[in-house]
Design a protein around this ligand. Sequence first.
Ligand code: SIN
Length: 280
Amino acid sequence: MPIQINISDQACGAAVTGVDLTQPLDDSQVADIRAAWLKHHVLSFPDQNMSDDDLERFTQYFGGFGHDPFFDPIEGREHIAAIRRDADEKSPLFAENWHSDWSFQAHPPAGTCLLGLTIPPVGGDTCFANQHAALDAMPDEMRAKYEGLTAIHSAQMAYAPDGAYGEKDEGRSMAIRPDESARETERHPLIRAHPETGQLGLFSCMGYIIGFEGMDQQEALPLLQQLYAWQSRDEFVYRHQWQPNMLVMWDNRSVLHCATGGYDGHDRLLHRTTIAAFQA
Ligand code: SIN
């Protein structure tokens, strides 16, 4: 049976059925999923009772494992991290700000896979913002301010010892490991062609972007703030509601994402892998 793709009525996202991810996929299934992923940017696969082996096998069809800094993997696995929050946890929500995973790397991951294991009965949605749509809809006058800029990316605000998940971050159930290496920087064009589709989009946002090449911070900061507000406007957003045993894969080159709360008193656990950068 060919896979079925049910497109969301929001800015991106589609649900995929008619495929069993607990079993190896054939080449045509992988090609169909890749094509849908590139087109809709966020795919969800409901009712997939996947093991960690299944999650790893699925990830590798799409480019191998990316490198995950600042997290310890789960026991016995090199490439799976637990996105976890316990029912009684009081630390600030993990990943609540918009971001593109590990955009501060020289070769940021193409995508991320997240498998819902323990899903709270309310809240805990993940939001995605389509950065092709955000660029396409940007008024000319605004776009002229960003055209040609090279963004400076760093993990320092999140993962340096004095960052949001640094030494002062207490009582967190996730295995986050802050490190001085978070202060390193990488540069990427702010507006760039998607490496596989060629479609122009905005890449990453304030947070991992800490400035622009050749611009002082006084000038860069308001530009970054204005951009962040634009990138995450409602009309560019798909809000994803989880179910247990649901896999979601997204394209970090096309979307920003952020976690949401609203589930205090309930556990939430998902297993995550990253898909390495595309090699042509
Ligand atoms: C993430 O950014 O990897 C986590 C998203 C979420 O917890 O919804």
